[in-house]
Design a protein around this ligand. Structure first.
Ligand code: VGL
Ligand code: ZN
Length: 194
């Protein structure tokens, strides 16, 4: 049964950025399909008065994760570029808290909780339950969900609001299994309950 958003919940949007959408530098297939789904969740979160956190991959040029430095990825989400901007159709409210990660040139941070203080900030806001969507299901969403669980949050992944990059076929499905086995609740619905 879908549950409504209540006080103590938070919405976490992971890396809904142009470079992870079709046409971007590190495009996730159908990555932009998460935007209308997340916009409905943003509306529900605003109606319920619960906080919205939006992480962004925010790399300096020459980041350690780029192929030029032996990393796995083409250059992407370079600070201040169009590719690093949130998708233009994402209706992120002014009040949303933006979490920048991947800013250290020599270290990657796939998780929105890794070295950002996000867990502390959520606890300070009285958050106990987190609803997660965004990109990519098998990279930064996976890492963020696993960290949210490790931080002790009751963690729900909105499956319709995420897509995998699937560098190896099946990566997205394996990540779903891993998140579920770690204790995440995978909800399918495209529409939040109001
Ligand atoms: C991501 C690859 C490299 C992500 C970030 O946000 O999922 N993927 N950097
Ligand atoms: Zn990155």
């Amino acid at each position: 049964m879908p549950e409504p958003l209540v006080r103590g919940d938070a919405l976490l949007l992971v890396d809904v950025q142009n470079d992870f959408c079709p046409g971007g530098a590190l495009a996730v297939p159908e990555g932009d399909a998460v935007v209308p789904v997340l916009n409905r969740w943003i509306g529900a979160a605003r109606d319920a008065g619960i906080p919205i956190y939006a992480s962004r991959d925010w790399h300096p040029a020459g980041h350690v994760s780029f192929e030029e430095r032996g990393g796995p990825w083409p250059p992407h989400c370079i600070q201040g570029t169009e590719g690093a901007a949130f998708h233009p159709d994402l209706t992120l409210p002014e009040a949303a808290e933006v979490i920048s990660k991947g800013t250290d040139p020599d270290r990657d941070q796939y998780s929105a909780f890794d070295g950002t203080g996000l867990g502390e900030r959520m606890r300070a806001e009285g958050i106990t339950r987190v609803w997660v969507g965004g990109l990519a299901q098998d990279v930064c969403v996976r890492a963020s969900v696993l960290d949210a669980l490790a931080e002790g949050f009751d963690t729900h992944l909105i499956r319709a609001a995420t897509r995998p990059v699937d560098v190896q076929p099946g990566d997205g499905d394996r990540a779903l299994t891993e998140m579920r086995e770690a204790g995440a609740i995978i909800v399918e619905e495209a529409e939040p309950v109001r």
